[in-house]
Design a protein around this ligand. Sequence first.
Ligand code: CA
Length: 334
Amino acid sequence: MSETALRPSPISPTVDFSAEGIQHGFLRLPHSRDDSAWGSVMIPITVIKNGEGPTALLTGGNHGDEYEGPIALFDLARTLKLQDVSGRVIIVPAMNYPAFVAGTRTSPIDKGNLNRSFPGRPDGTVTPKIADYFQRELLPLADIVLDFHSGGKTLDFLPFCAAHILPDKAQEQKSFDLVEAFSAPYSMKMLEIDAVGMYDTAAEEMGKVFVTTELGGGGTATAKSAGIAKRGVLNLLRRAGIVAGEAEVVPTQWLDMPDGDCFSFAEDAGLIEPLVDMGEEVVKGQILARIYPLGRTGAAPLEVSARMDGILCARHFPGLVKAGDCVAVLAVVL
Ligand code: CA
């Protein structure tokens, strides 16, 4: 090993990625701690391989309080039949497993936000070790990557599947084709607030066809949002030719996040009064929400206004906000 070479990942899979058939197992990550001296974090994984063909890497629980992805993927892992697969499907329903078990966005072990931890490192704490394993072991196996997200406890979203505008237009077109196949009610050309350290960016920089979602939020799922996730993942696998059958495509409304004006942030803390609901049209300058100071009557609320025309596609979920919270996200209807 040269001085600059990274050491091997400490994670050992109990599955063989090259073996034919269905395997349910774990990514075992040693984690020595007070209640288990030689203990491990056991991240559930399913690998389904049937002959030659492309590989799809399907993930949920990148943030631990987002549930449509884990629901769809635990369901898929137990129901997908080997004879319906051509190629390989790798399913990790709860990527940041410690966060998923705790029901929190970040890991309770090291406070790591997995989706800001890429490329990770093999000698870091638990979260960067998970990122490193995906960066160096799982992403290189994949042709297409679907990473489920939702709003978590603090955001709510219109249900959409999304991909990013990319410098490589062929890669971008393949991603948007899978977004269309996913058939969420909305489909987004997505802009990130801060793309550094994201799994998305890691996958895209490797040339992978990368698709993500935001399917609701508030730290729970609904029958409708879980249904969108379940149909979407099967549709995506069918369109990619990995699962037999035609995608059940339904009409979708395409949306665009053209620039940073789509985001509105709270400039002070307080009680938030929404003046616009999800999916409603707004015009530039329109008041989206009022923020009342918590400690006195008679004071004027702070107003949060739209910085562009569009529809409300995401909003802060809890009833109280802090300074700096993302209050509203607008998107342009295409
Ligand atoms: Ca998320």
